[in-house]
Design a protein around this ligand. Sequence first.
Ligand code: 13P
Ligand code: SF4
Length: 302
Amino acid sequence: MSQEIIQKIERLRSRRRAIILAHNYQPPEIQDIADLTGDSLELSRKAAETDASVIVFCGVAFMAETAAILNPDKTVLLPRPEAGCPMADMITADDMKRVRAEYPDVPIVTYVNSTAAVKAESDACCTSANSIRVVGSFENAATVYMAPDQNLARYTALHSAKNILHWHGYCPFHHALQSEEVLLRKQEHPEALFLAHPECRPEVLSLADRVMSTSGMLRFVHESSHISFIVGTEVGILHPMRRMNPGKEFHAASKKMLCPHMKKISLDDVCLSLETLEPRISVPEDIRVRALKAVERMLLIS
Ligand code: 13P
Ligand code: SF4
């Protein structure tokens, strides 16, 4: 059955001149049919470069919105539009306006895990892969405001000479990881390196051997001579890690790190989306042009 669906997706993908992009947390069967899997920065770059007519985004709403911000003339599909990101919904455009009014001279760097309307109120976007460099790019600013993720902001502050102010948002699934659980995993696997995503709490990050974006982790485990890893990010990443590194061992830091929003899309949903060219994601033009400036500034910085 799934073979039939995959063949149908193949036919529709070429008929529609479509590209399928999937985040590293997507279900295995979705990652396996994607043209490109990656972290938020890589997927944004691919969305900016593609000459496909249709982009099927297998991820959550802010990712498809970013693709739509970059490609107003393309059809951007999110097969399950209700797949959101709770952290992105922890700050509104009105909150951002209040921050701007309170700190009129402070640049605002917004994590790409945010709505288009929030991006539109920002000076630059960043991802977990480039937050330190984006903040550093405001050469004349002694202070930078970061939204919405408190943990990414605190992590960035540790590696920046700037004074970092921040909003109080968080990812419920990364924030759920406690240092006690990490210490337990370390006891169970004393030989393993512990990798953590910057969305984890500061006390968890202080236990990590490496702090990286999801694709940073994938590259690192592939190149490392270590064979055992405790993985402090959403459990979907274990699939590409195991597929690409058959001789190595990967242990989830916690079973609580499962983002249900990233698991909504099925092969049937992708197929139906390619058939109907729905549900489409678009961003009102006045918001899009302002959000685009912040996203483009992010893409200029590796
Ligand atoms: P990455 O950009 O590291 O893939 O992270 C995106 C995300 O949503 C993390 O929860
Ligand atoms: Fe949002 Fe967290 Fe899910 Fe990433 S893992 S999409 S930050 S809720």
